[in-house]
Design a protein around this ligand. Structure first.
Ligand code: PLP
Length: 456
């Protein structure tokens, strides 16, 4: 039996980790010089590491721990479900109560006619489902040529070959033969980086109209769907100008292109409503969900599908599924997580209390010499670091150098804030209090000051 435990010294844990553990999105060879940070426990919004530091997690893990850490109810439900029925599948006309109950609850919460759920184990798997489902949908409607899915550069839709192809991360596409065929990318609505002399409104319209141009160039009869995150998360919390989404919706309606809203980050309260699509006025045909669905306590994702799409797919057998589609333990945990979000009015707490409170303090960061713009929707925000606020110029150093310095200062000040290039981003647990927001902002300011000093 392994003797590795929290009681081992940090250096020993780091050495063992570097020796055997290949980390995602990490240069693993660096880990043997600079060990990984070892997180040992967490409660509320606070992580504790193996050296006893108490760190405010302004990223809710990977944007997922919506109800905060340390909720015993979720552990109890998982234990109970494991004892009763730890596993059974949902293939071949079988089902179980957790999957039935969770699908019913999601259908109740989702807007419009999004009443049908196909479960997956993660957001990546759910987006792979979406690729197959929209192509199959059009084939079933006797339009098999409609197979192209339009997405956006710098979008993140997951890390499997399919979902990574949907995403527009150039670093990912440079490795492993992505994108797969029939995925087309248009530009993202990032006014700060690309808006030039245009007003945000003009720029938002122009970027949305790239979708129309792509549909016309590729051929209406070849395009199956458009996929986007309501607010781009991993791309740097890019909030589109207000003019963007109404124009996207108009174009999807006009050309009968299925609209897939990737709600993996925005779903389950992050934007101050159950779904980001509601906050941004989007009417999707399919929503991708994961993360906040279980607050990260169990791996589960899925696609919420409109009645129209589901009715076509359901006409025959959809030859697709995962061993863990609707996993009973994950489903039971997710259901309990939704109960907590609902019973404790956590989404109202976001919308009426902490989002407005954080927004004011976050936007005030533009007074800092390094901060060009501050964007925030609900509890997901970003600041753009710049040497010149007027021209919105990038730093002379390679993109990401300054962001990395700032992130390291945050760690040193017991704050997890992530950097995407030279944007700093946050997405704290939804249960964060106003006092904890004060701590977050104070630590962010200290870290920005220290970063500014280093650059002098
Ligand atoms: N879609 C979005 C918008 C995401 O942010 C992520 C993960 O960060 C994914 C999909 C992929 O989800 P997973 O990591 O659960 O596969």
């Amino acid at each position: 039996m392994s003797m590795i435990s929290n009681h081992l010294p940090t250096a020993e844990l780091q050495a063992l980790d570097a020796a055997h553990h290949m980390h995602p999105f990490t240069c693993n060879s660096e880990l043997s010089q600079k060990g990984a940070r070892v997180i040992t426990r967490a409660k509320g919004v606070t992580l504790t590491d193996s050296d006893g530091h108490e760190i405010l997690d302004a990223m809710a893990g990977l944007w997922c721990v919506n109800v905060g850490y340390g909720r015993d109810e979720l552990a109890d439900v998982a234990a109970r479900q494991m004892r009763e029925l730890p596993y059974y599948n949902t293939f071949f006309q079988t089902t179980h109560v957790p999957a039935i109950a969770l699908a019913q609850k999601i259908a109740e919460l989702a807007p419009g006619d999004l009443n049908n759920v196909f479960f997956a184990g993660s957001g990546s798997e759910a987006n792979d489902t979406n690729i197959r489902m929209v192509r199959h949908y059009w084939a079933m409607k006797n339009k098999p040529s409609k197979s192209i899915i339009i997405s956006r550069h710098n979008a993140y839709h997951g890390s499997s070959v399919g979902s990574g192809s949907l995403g527009g991360m150039s670093g990912m596409h440079a490795q492993g033969g992505m994108p797969i065929p029939d995925i087309h990318h248009i530009n993202q609505p990032d006014w700060w980086a690309d808006g030039g002399e245009l007003s945000p409104k003009e720029f938002g319209l122009q970027r949305a109209q790239e979708l129309e141009k792509a549909i016309l160039d590729l051929g209406e009869d070849r395009v199956a769907a458009f996929i986007a995150e309501p607010v781009q998360g991993a791309g740097g919390v890019i909030v589109a100008p207000d003019s963007y989404w109404p124009e996207i919706q108009r174009i999807c309606d006009k050309y009968e292109i299925l609209l897939i809203a990737d709600e993996v980050i925005c779903g389950f309260g992050r934007t101050g409503q159950w779904f980001g699509s509601e906050t941004l006025g989007i009417r999707p045909d399919i929503m991708t969900i994961a993360k906040g669905l279980s607050s990260g306590y169990a791996p589960i994702g899925g696609s919420i599908v409109s009645d129209e799409v589901a009715s076509i797919i359901s006409k025959g057998e959809f030859n697709h599924g995962y061993t863990y589609s609707g996993h009973p333990v994950a489903a039971a945990v997710a259901l309990e997580n939704l109960r907590i979000l609902e019973d404790e009015n956590i989404i109202t707490h976001v919308k009426d209390v902490v989002a407005p409170y954080l927004a004011e303090k976050w936007q005030a960061l533009v007074g800092h010499p390094l901060v060009g713009e501050a964007k925030i929707v609900g509890l997901m925000g970003s600041i753009a670091l710049t040497p010149n606020k007027e021209t919105r110029a990038p730093f002379e150093a390679e993109v990401g150098t300054v962001g990395y310095i700032c992130r390291e200062r945050c760690f040193a000040n017991n704050l997890v804030m992530r950097h995407v290039g030279d944007r700093m981003i946050i997405a704290p647990p939804l249960v964060i209090s106003t006092d904890e927001i004060d701590t977050l902002i104070a630590r962010a300011r200290t870290s920005l000051d220290e970063c500014h000093e280093i650059l002098k």
